[in-house]
Design a protein around this ligand. Sequence first.
Ligand code: GLY
Length: 370
Amino acid sequence: MIVESKIVPVALGGRSYDIHIEAGAIDRAGVLLTPFIKRGRAIVITDRNVADLWLDRLTTALGTTEVVVEPIILPAGESTKSWAQLEALTDRLLALGVERSDAIIALGGGVIGDLVGFAAAILKRGCDFIQIPTTLLSQVDSSVGGKTAINSKAGKNLIGAFHQPVHVLIDPDVLDSLPIREVRAGYAEVIKYGLIGDKQFFDWCIENGAKLLAGDAQARIYAIAMSVAAKAAVVAEDERETLDRRALLNLGHTFGHALEAEMGFSSRLLHGEAVAVGMVLALRYSARIGIATMAEADQLAAHFRSLDMAYDLASSGVQASGATLVEHMLHDKKMTGGKLPFILCHGIGDARVEKGVDLADVTAFLDAEA
Ligand code: GLY
């Protein structure tokens, strides 16, 4: 049977919402978003690149239900997650006379979703917002879960709030216009869910990853639905990361953060690329301390390699000593009580938070990996 759409609920009591995944959803946004558009207008916030590709299509679709679109187009790129852009955006929204139940739509990748979500969180002490994510990474990760933020001089995502969207609308077809490098980077976050807690889904990824990256419609919908369902389950259990549960989503991110930092958080290594290598390193380190097998780490590395993705330090382009990389990790905001928790795998599909990891051993491990 051809599955064209899926709805995944995020169960959070009064803050519950649905993630609606449908090929061609942007063209049906007028109908699909009707319940969330109360005053006949939608404020669509996007970036220059996404506006060129999708804003007209979304405006036309909303127009079919007589919804008037007020577009706000911001510069593309990570530097848009700034105080300056937040101030300009909130001023603009206030000038538009925004009300708390107005439809504020974030159309774009993680930068737009995080910025708009934070603006919605603080504007009038909390406005509704809708996510329409346009990258694979934002579709399977950042559009769901309610973490919103901007960057500051001290680091990324340090100023923010938990603020859930009222709806997430995902159109897998928009990925057709995404550079393949970004699709691959997003795929790292897809297979991550298998590594964390679903060996069967991991096996599906091994089998179908290439098809997914090639744009197979069924594979896309299945992979996105499985990913957001996994994330929704974690968020429902541990919305504000007070338990270890939500921290599991950081698998590959501690090692990955060190690689990104070493590359100056630049396009030399995208976030998802760093996470892919970070997950291989986490699995290899898990094997080193005897909780996973090297065969499992090798399987993941070989899979990424077969998809032309970075899979180890050399292929990531990072050349740094173990000490330098561990130093980057120590600057990561995930430090708690002076300890650096690592997410490691007790085999594929069983990630756990490990708080007693010996940093000297991690340093030696990374030196040996270089
Ligand atoms: N918005 C991303 C998250 O909550 O994880």
